[in-house]
Design a protein around this ligand. Structure first.
Ligand code: DOR
Ligand code: ZN
Ligand code: ZN
Length: 427
């Protein structure tokens, strides 16, 4: 195992209140020493002067497409994309083929993830086949290693069945990750309801499609006593509801994806599938509410909803293209550019949303550079702008509306368990 010495970087470790220039020494997969001038012998010395050293990012919400849709993404390609994005832990959603809905499927996924570039913590489905008819073996999935539960891609529309799922989640201490969407109310919509959808002649998805289920899930969770994490919050209404839940002392957390605070529906220039994701890009007012909610601590987590699809699938009208954009290789830069450079968050505040708080939601160690913790570390260059180039993505999915966008915050080196899994000059 390599001994790595990182020299003279700006070390930002909000969990320990640290933001100062210093060295970091890693060996045996752990952080051994931090701060000041360290003179240990090392196999690899990384000069981090002028750069920033942070705990690895934890992304609670990604879609790897294995098993079943390997042409879109494999566990290996998704993990490599994570490494390139500075993400050292990912939680894949269960909407694969077959669905991850049993202890055997969870174990199979963990077997397949063996040797991947980053840590992979699977999420189990709430119902068998995500069909919304019969509860999955939640206890068995927990014992097999599931980190959370989710029906992502849809909501469990049957409230009684969902209530049973929440009770099991509470019993076996698994957080429930909710995709809030009233499918009936969505009524085949493909983008945010409003002026732009009208102009493009496309069917809309109103804010209420999300808000009514967010409210339902909060109230059901209050009775069930489980921990609730609302995925990809996109509306002002979700912000109000999470705020209300927190003020009532409920264990509810809110997640926002970079695309939802970076782009609004009025920036959709044409009917093009690359602008299509679920929930959709919302109004400027919603975007503003999300940024303020991240600033004010109402929203806790930034995750990507990394959703790779084939080129031909996305190169269509929004009417027919599948929902979803990739995010793992752009999340840190988009978030740093849109939130830190604009003053909504400090860099420490951003690391809390992308690393410290996700670890808390899962109840795992992580999100810290404490001595003795896993050596999951990222080195980034914050001050030199660059353009997002989808051709450089290592994800199989190249579907992003941010191709060509100028951003700050380039991940240069990613280390997982004390091993270098990505270095930018290899690009
Ligand atoms: O945009 C999305 N894509 N939203 C989802 O809820 C599912 C995801 C996917 O699996 O492609
Ligand atoms: Zn979703
Ligand atoms: Zn998703």
């Amino acid at each position: 195992m390599d001994r790595i010495l990182v020299k003279q970087g700006r070390i930002v470790d909000p969990a320990n209140g640290r933001d100062e220039i210093g060295d970091l020494f890693l060996s045996d997969g752990k952080i051994q020493k931090i701060g000041g001038n360290i003179t240990e012998d090392a196999d690899v010395v990384l000069d981090a002067s002028g750069k920033t050293v942070m705990p690895g990012l934890i992304d609670l919400h990604v879609h790897l497409r294995e098993p079943g849709f390997e042409y879109k993404e494999t566990i290996e390609s998704g993990a490599n994309a994570a490494a390139r994005g500075g993400v050292t832990t990912i939680c894949p959603m269960p909407n694969t083929k077959p669905v991850i809905d049993s202890p055997e499927r969870v174990k199979d996924l963990l077997d397949r993830a063996e040797g991947a570039a980053v840590h992979i913590l699977p999420i189990g489905a709430v119902t068998l086949g995500q069909e919304g008819r019969e509860l999955a073996d939640i206890r068995g999935m927990k014992e097999a290693g599931a980190a959370a539960l989710s029906e992502d891609g849809k909501s469990v529309m049957d409230s009684l069945l969902f209530q049973k799922g929440l009770l099991e989640a509470a019993k076996y201490k698994l957080p429930m990750f909710s995709h809030c969407e009233d499918k009936v109310l969505a009524d085949g919509g493909v983008m945010n309801a409003g002026k732009k959808a009208d102009e493009l002649g496309l069917p809309g998805i109103s804010n209420a499609v999300e808000d009514v289920i967010a409210a339902r899930d909060i109230f059901l969770s209050k009775e069930a006593g489980n921990r609730l994490h609302l995925c990809h919050c996109s509306t002002k209404g979700s912000v109000m509801l999470v705020d209300m839940a927190k003020k009532s002392g409920l264990p509810v957390t809110g997640e926002v994806c970079p695309h939802h605070f970076t782009m609004s529906d009025d920036e959709i220039s044409e009917d093009d599938g690359r602008f299509k994701m679920n929930p959709p890009l919302r109004s400027r007012e919603d975007v503003q509410a999300l940024k303020e909610a991240l600033r004010d601590g109402v929203m806790d987590v930034i995750s990507t909803d990394h959703a790779p699809h084939g080129e031909e699938e996305k190169n269509q009208s929004m009417r027919t293209a599948p929902f979803g954009i990739v995010g793992l290789e752009t999340s840190f830069a988009l978030s740093y550019t849109e939130l830190v450079r604009t003053g909504y968050l400090t860099l420490s505040g951003l690391i809390e949303k992308m690393s410290v708080n996700p670890a808390k939601v899962l109840g795992i160690d992580g999100g810290t550079l404490s001595v003795g913790s896993a050596a999951d570390v990222v080195i980034a260059e914050l001050d030199v702008p660059y353009r997002i180039d989808r051709r450089k993505f290592v994800s199989k999915g190249k579907n992003t509306p941010f191709d060509g966008k100028e951003v700050y915050g380039k991940v240069e080196t990613t280390i997982v368990d004390g091993k270098i899994v990505y270095q930018a000059n290899a690009d």
